[in-house]
Design a protein around this ligand. Structure first.
Ligand SMILES: Cc1cc2nc3c(=O)[nH]c(=O)nc-3n(C[C@H](O)[C@H](O)[C@H](O)COP(=O)(O)OP(=O)(O)OC[C@H]3O[C@@H](n4cnc5c(N)ncnc54)[C@H](O)[C@@H]3O)c2cc1C
Length: 338
């Protein structure tokens, strides 16, 4: 289905009311292949979106937005310990996690309540509470944007990193993800050592998939704003990763920086704490503000423009650089003029 001159308000969790010239809602692999083979129907450039929960629009989109709404969850293979389940790009991620937990399949429960669609998960390599989706992805089925051919990427070919993958780098905007195959455990093992998760699970009773999922949901509901109340895109910045010498120098001056040693590639520092120390908590620029319970989250107080939110993020970046000598990297993708 092709929609023209459409408001993007329902397609981004900041709730910004910009317009796109054209939006193509593709609900099957066949429809997506046909559309991408014959792009004459719509104006370029093309932009792929899911729920728009990691995107900041700063103006109207003068091109075509592709929204891959392919539904369906299917068990593909099973043995004593593992099961391969495939999910369409348009399945809501949190619905997929719920389905896995209800069926007793482990591996994604710590990623409960993360907004967005399945199709974006390998692009973003979403993560939370010590888990990353890369640890469960078997392969990713895609369509080449330029010629409509189908290609599957193995886990290794996706070149996953911290909130990163080949689809965000060398192959950015070149492949539309239409289906993701997950390898899940039929005999779950649990990862609950991160933050306050263990305590929260214990409050609920025994350690099982349902309680881990519920504990994650409870913690997230306390810490993160509901996008229906305050438009936001979760963590606006990535947590900076530094080497041992850089960390030691910082700890001499700021011994209380929250950090995680067991992070591949170095020591991960809590960006929210760095931002808070620069005095940003609850501050506003125009209609954009820093969330009071978590300084890593920027919110729309109702009347923000994309530019307000971008300007706030830029001011935060500058002050963290001045105070700590650390360059914060945005996790949220900026689309439009800045
Ligand atoms: C309240 C809140 C909490 C959050 N918490 C977390 C968290 O704990 N951990 C975390 O990792 N993230 C978190 N996020 C960020 C966000 O939910 C994830 O990045 C999510 O995977 C984005 O999904 P989406 O469908 O909204 O993708 P979008 O934001 O629409 O797109 C994200 C990127 O993926 C690309 N893309 C989307 N779909 C496809 C596709 N089918 N094929 C190819 N490319 C595609 C887009 O072009 C874009 O580059 C949070 C966001 C919010 C609002």
């Amino acid at each position: 289905m092709i929609l023209r001159n459409i408001s993007l308000k329902p397609y981004n969790t900041f709730g910004l009311d910009y317009k796109a010239n054209c939006l193509a809602e593709l609900s099957s692999e066949e429809e997506a292949v046909d559309f991408l083979r014959d792009k004459k129907l719509c104006r370029e450039p093309l932009l792929i979106i899911g729920e728009g929960s990691n995107i900041l629009f700063t103006g109207d989109y003068k091109g075509t937005i592709i929204y891959a709404k392919i539904e369906g969850i299917k068990v593909d293979e099973q043995n004593d310990q593992h099961i391969i389940v495939s999910a369409g790009s348009g399945v809501k991620w949190n619905h997929f996690v719920e389905w896995c937990v209800n069926n007793g399949y482990g591996g994604v429960e710590n990623l409960s309540l993360i907004p967005g669609l399945v199709g974006a998960t390998p692009v973003q390599n979403i993560g939370a509470y010590g888990m990353e989706v890369k640890d469960t992805i078997e392969k990713v089925r895609t369509i080449n944007i330029s010629n409509g051919s189908v290609r599957e990427f193995s886990n290794e070919e996706c070149r996953f990193g911290y909130r990163d993958s080949i689809f965000k780098k060398d192959l950015k905007s070149k492949y539309l993800v239409i289906k993701v195959f997950f390898k899940l455990n039929t005999i779950p093992s649990f990862k609950i050592e991160y933050g306050s998760l263990k305590k929260e699970v214990e409050k609920l009773g025994e350690i099982n998939l349902r309680n881990v999922r519920q504990a994650v949901i409870n913690i997230r509901r306390c810490k993160l704003p509901d996008t229906e109340v305050f438009g936001n895109a979760g963590s606006f910045f990535k947590n900076p990763v530094v080497n041992k010498t850089e960390a030691e120098n910082l700890f001499l001056k700021y011994p209380y920086i929250p950090h995680y040693f067991s992070f591949p590639g170095g020591i991960k520092l809590a960006a929210g704490w760095l931002i808070e120390q620069c005095g940003w908590k609850e501050k506003r620029i125009g209609g954009a503000g820093v969330y009071d319970k978590q300084a890593l989250v920027l919110i729309n107080h109702g009347n923000a423009t994309g530019k307000d939110i971008y300007d706030l993020s830029e001011a935060i970046k500058q002050s963290v650089l001045r105070k700590f000598g650390l360059e914060l990297e945005r996790e949220v993708e900026i689309i439009g003029p800045i």
